[in-house]
Ligand binder design. Structure first.
Ligand code: NAD
Length: 417
């Protein structure tokens, strides 16, 4: 059976604790989220029926600053997943050195079966239910799978109605017309592109000779595909929940983005004519230079790890490789740029958006992208240095870097009371 997502994360924390000789008490703190909330969300559906959904908000750590993390809408979302994602957020914020702890939220629902008005009511009621624990200085949500700028606008409105004033700094990833930051929508995909270019440079590979397959054509995958194509790489395959498209000569990413996003409702890739159709398993097993899983967790597991042929994996998604599969890939010498580094572009620009919201002073796109690159490259270099010095994988190095920083913060603050 595939390891649970949270189990994988805990095993990585345990292995790192041993490696950095972490104090046992601090290790115990990291193994348990600070606070978890499960809520019931009644929603009046368009036909007048009432449906009750289950939602979660988990705050893993606030030791380095307010908790930060996205909200996911998915039929399989559960507490184990949200815990794992919240824990990874703590580590990711520490790697990037943004002054946040980690959190995550989720609602168990199938958004493709809900109308826009139902989604709006669901979002506002969920926000009301988690309101006791979120806030601009406590916990700041953002978009994740199946949520977007529009969803964040609804969260912002719900909180603002309670407060009796507009509260811009309660969420990031808002619409630009509502105080969102330019460059936030593209930030995670841009960060994936920057990390990919950096690893190609380190491994002395020419982007022009690089074939890439990307699983997931949402916010992260589609932007990463577009920006990597602009860098000269050849995107040979992409996929979404409906399946994938493959073209050894390269896919025209812009055309596909227009197809998927060019109408009111997102279109599925399986309905695109023009490239060979493959399924998601086949995409993961393609003989490419770089594989970018950018959909969901637990995609590369003990079941398919032996079939992976890519030389480099850049984790756009959170937790796409289980711990067991990770060990096999490390053994095979496959380089993995880990999620807590590879997809940190989103939280970095979320931090910029929060700062802009607090100051009510807005940056231009050059400022955003310049600062994003500066922070990302610095984090990449720090991780690389530890990897070289300690002779570990990039994931081990990123975990060591972040856990040392979090342990230091715990030590400096002291345990209350
Ligand atoms: P999204 O909802 O915009 O897109 C998800 C994509 O994955 C869609 O194309 C969907 O069809 C596809 N998908 C879903 N199930 C799939 C499956 N079983 N096989 C193949 N494709 C599947 O979500 P997103 O924001 O792009 O997030 C993708 C991943 O990146 C998640 O793991 C998320 O946690 C992570 N992430 C997102 C951000 C962000 O800023 N949005 C930041 C950091 C990490």
């Amino acid at each position: 059976m595939t390891q649970s997502f949270y189990e994988s994360v805990l095993q990585r924390i345990d292995a790192t604790a041993e490696r950095v000789k972490l104090n046992q008490g601090v290790h115990n703190i990291l193994r348990q989220p600070e606070r978890e909330l499960t809520v019931a969300i009644p929603v009046v559906m368009d036909d007048g029926d009432i449906k009750v959904f289950t939602g979660y908000r988990v705050q893993h750590s606030s030791v380095r600053g307010p908790c930060k993390g996205g909200i996911r809408y998915h039929p399989d979302t559960n507490l184990d997943e949200v815990r794992a994602l919240a824990t990874l957020m703590t580590l990711k914020c520490a790697v990037a050195n943004v002054p946040y702890g980690g959190a995550k939220g989720g609602v168990r629902c199938d958004p493709s079966k809900l109308s826009k008005t139902e989604l709006q009511r669901l979002t506002k009621r969920y926000t009301a239910m988690i309101l006791p624990i979120i806030g601009p200085r406590h916990d700041i949500p953002a978009p994740d799978v199946n949520t977007n700028a529009e969803t964040m606008g609804w969260v912002m409105d719900a909180v603002s109605m309670y407060e009796g004033q507009t509260v811009l700094d309660i969420v990031t990833g808002k619409p630009i017309d509502l105080g969102g930051s330019v460059g936030r929508r593209e930030a995670t995909g841009r960060g994936v592109m920057l990390n990919t270019m950096e690893i190609l440079k380190r491994l002395k590979k020419n982007p022009k000779d690089t074939k890439i397959a990307i699983q997931g054509f949402g916010n992260v995958g589609s932007v990463a595909a577009e920006l990597l194509e602009k860098q000269g790489c050849r995107i040979v395959a992409v996929s979404d929940v409906s399946g994938g498209l493959y073209s050894p000569d390269g896919i025209d990413v812009k055309k596909l983005i227009d197809f998927v996003y060019g109408s009111q409702k997102r279109r599925l890739l399986q309905n695109y004519d023009g490239y060979e159709k493959i399924n998601n398993e086949e995409l993961l097993e393609l003989d490419v230079d770089v594989l970018i899983p950018a959909a969901l967790e637990n995609q590369i597991t003990s079941d398919n790890v032996d079939k992976i042929k890519a030389e480099i994996i850049v984790e756009g998604a959170n937790g796409p490789v289980t711990k067991n599969a990770d060990d096999v890939l490390a053994e095979k010498g496959i380089t993995i740029v880990p999620d807590i580094l590879a997809n940190s572009g989103g939280v970095i620009v979320s931090y910029f958006e929060w700062v802009q919201s607090i100051q009510s002073f807005f940056w231009d796109i050059d400022e955003v992208n310049k600062n994003l690159k500066k922070i990302l490259i610095k984090s990449f270099n720090e991780v690389w240095e530890i990897k070289e010095k300690e002779k570990v994988t990039m994931r081990d190095a990123a975990f060591m870097l972040s856990i040392r920083k979090i342990a230091k913060a715990i030590e400096l603050r002291g345990i209350f009371p």
